[in-house]
Design a protein around this ligand. Structure first.
Ligand SMILES: Nc1ncnc2c1ncn2[C@@H]1O[C@H](COP(=O)(O)OP(=O)(O)O)[C@@H](O)[C@H]1O
Ligand SMILES: C=C(OP(=O)(O)O)C(=O)O
Ligand SMILES: [K+]
Ligand SMILES: [Mg+2]
Length: 580
């Protein structure tokens, strides 16, 4: 049974909709129908379940999310079979639609997680995106990680996307001469130097990567390591060496970020003029393009210009791949230019580590909320990052405060949460991922139980009439899905835009996003509530739906009677139906 309503739009330049485009409440009035708009193609199509489907369809699912390992599903490209991510499949079969995790999880890969079996454990544990931080390690090391992830995806049927994060040109310490960390005690005198030392670093000496460092700091300045985890007072300058006294003791980690403060304010001298993308970053970006990473995250973005520049660079270099550019919001300038940066980017990261070193810590939570909100309004995925489970670097259980912090990010409905040191070099990477997964699931469930649909105002963002129709359809479909308590929304989308628009509404049910392109599929892997599938579909929605139903039923991922809303961007339409 399918219920639908057609909406005809003429192909002329002054289209006249048959139905007025009100705000979402009108959706309940039309919930028994389907909207179908077809600008360039046949005017409309009615959906009715039937068994005839001449078009071969290939399905590939994305998204790692589950809790248990199943027999790996080898990748197959035979057009009569389905290619489904083993983890998603297991989760759907075991827990049903309602319990799939909506919040996506990112793990930074480091020495604790780079082996194939460690990467696999993370994939099984629900890692949707693996992040490599070009601040650490060599390109060869990162290449190996990328290849291992890709191999796992191919051989075991996972679908983990890759995010490359640039080093950026802010000031940071050197490598500690190979030591994993160094302890700075209260009152100790340490030397911060721009000199090039040989292999052996003198005792209590720290290399600084920024040549102008000794000239820019002044005696009396306060030097903050990693946003204040360790503090020093500058007491003397001798040529390239800056002598500092430790005032807040703590652990110094390799390549930790350095900021200096004068009269209570962050000093932004010549270092503020350093290019956002350094020459080393450009080489890393070339590397990322060559390796076909899915996302490039840019550190210390100051303005929209650099994002525009990078996007056209990528466009020119990698015409057929579409790499998403994520702006890391971690500087005062990025907060000032927030809206235009996010508008220009394909997504943003609340990089709380460095952000907390540039603004007072107590301002970080409200800025996080603002960034998450702006991203949601502008329809860009947003990642909340850094120190979510910091204590789990050393301990197997998180603090109550960390669980509350994770819950808050989930409650804000961020698209994704990210582990840094917890997964890169911590002692309990898998446990940390399990905590993110179970807290996300619990908070999401709580929200649904409480029926706390947020009163978030979603402003119109469409720039054309056709886009406005897509937006209205998605808003309405999401509302209908909540009101009718459907099991899933299916979206057939070539560009991924309709899937993003649905995700933006944060509906109660999961969204199965069928798309023809592998790169779009991987990109959608980062977005809230989306379960991306690759599917070679036609313009014939009846055939697409029947094929999808039979393929998913054969795998036990859906069953007869499940209530589904289907939306398509080829024939802009909404249909409500039970799986036959
Ligand atoms: N590729 C790598 N090689 C070695 N160590 C790494 C690597 N990636 C991350 N780490 C370690 O994990 C820590 C946390 O990672 P991350 O938060 O991404 O970096 P940072 O602390 O520089 O902001 C780093 O400080 C570093 O000690
Ligand atoms: C994610 C961040 O960036 P990085 O780990 O590269 O410093 C951060 O500063 O929070
Ligand atoms: K970085
Ligand atoms: Mg940072």
């Amino acid at each position: 049974m399918a219920q639908s309503l057609n909406l005809f739009i003429s192909t002329s330049h002054s289209p006249k909709p048959l139905i007025s485009h009100g705000s979402p409440p009108f959706a309940s009035a039309i919930s028994r129908f389907s909207l179908i708009k077809s600008p360039n193609k046949r005017p409309s199509l009615f959906i009715k379940a039937s068994a005839s489907d001449p078009n071969p369809v290939v399905l590939t699912s994305d998204n790692g999310a589950g809790s248990s390992v199943h027999a790996p599903v080898p990748a197959v490209s035979d057009s009569s079979s389905i290619e489904v991510d083993a983890v998603t499949e297991a989760e759907l079969k075991e827990n049903g639609f309602r319990s799939t995790r909506r919040t996506k999880l990112i793990c930074t890969i480091g020495p604790a997680t780079c082996k194939p079996e460690q990467l696999e454990a993370l994939a099984v544990g629900g890692m949707n995106v693996a992040r490599i931080n070009m601040c650490h390690g060599t390109r060869e090391w990162h290449r190996e990680v990328i290849q291992r992830v890709r191999r796992l995806n191919e051989e075991k049927g996972y679908a983990v996307a890759i995010m490359m994060d640039t080093e950026g040109s802010e000031i940071h310490m050197g490598d500690l001469g190979g030591a994993a960390s160094a302890k700075a005690e209260d009152g100790e005198i340490w030397t911060f130097s721009v000199r090039a030392f040989g292999s052996a670093l003198p005792e209590r000496t720290i290399n600084v990567n920024y040549d102008g460092f000794a000239e820019d700091v002044r005696v009396g300045d306060e030097l903050l390591v990693d946003g204040g985890m360790v503090r020093f007072d500058v007491i003397e300058k001798i040529g390239p060496d800056v002598k500092c006294r430790c005032t807040d003791p703590g652990l110094l980690l390799p390549r930790a970020n350095l900021t200096f403060w004068r009269d209570g304010s962050l000093v932004r001298e010549r270092n503020a003029m350093l290019p956002t993308i350094s020459s080393k970053d450009w080489l890393d970006i070339d590397f990322g393009i060559a390796e076909g990473v899915d996302f490039i995250a840019i550190s210390f973005v100051k303005s929209a210009e650099v994002i525009k520049h990078l996007k056209s660079y990528i466009q020119a270099r990698a015409r057929d791949s579409d790499i998403s550019v994520i702006a890391k919001i971690e500087s005062i300038d990025s907060l000032k230019n927030l809206e235009e940066i996010i508008q220009t980017s394909d997504g943003a990261m609340v990089a709380r580590g460095d952000l907390g070193a540039q603004i007072p810590l107590e301002q970080v939570p409200s800025e996080q909320q603002r960034i998450v909100q702006v991203c949601r309004q502008l329809n860009k995925p947003v990642i909340v990052a850094s120190q979510l489970l910091e204590s789990m670097i050393e301990y197997p259980t998180p603090t109550r405060a960390e669980v509350a912090d994770v819950s808050e990010a989930v409650r804000q409905r961020a698209d994704a949460l990210m582990l840094s040191g917890e997964s890169a070099m911590g002692q309990f990477p898998e446990k940390a991922l399990t905590v993110l997964r179970s807290v996300s699931l619990r908070i999401e469930k709580w929200w649904r139980e409480e029926k706390r649909h947020e009163a978030v105002e979603l402003p119109g963002i469409a720039s054309s009439f056709a886009d406005r129709i897509s937006e209205e359809i998605c808003n309405s479909a999401a509302l209908m899905a909540n009101n009718l308590e459907v099991d899933a929304i299916f979206v057939y989308t070539k560009t991924g835009d309709m899937a993003s628009l649905l995700s933006r509404c944060r509906p109660d049910c999961p969204i199965f996003a069928f798309t023809t392109s592998t790169s779009v599929r991987r990109r959608l892997n980062l977005q809230w509530g989306l379960i991306p599938f690759r599917l070679s579909f036609s313009d014939d929605m009846e055939s697409n739906l029947n094929k999808t139903f039979s393929l998913l039923k054969a795998r036990g991922m859906i069953k007869s009677g499940d209530l589904v809303i289907s939306v398509s961007d080829m024939l802009q339409s909404i249909q409500v139906m039970n799986v036959p």
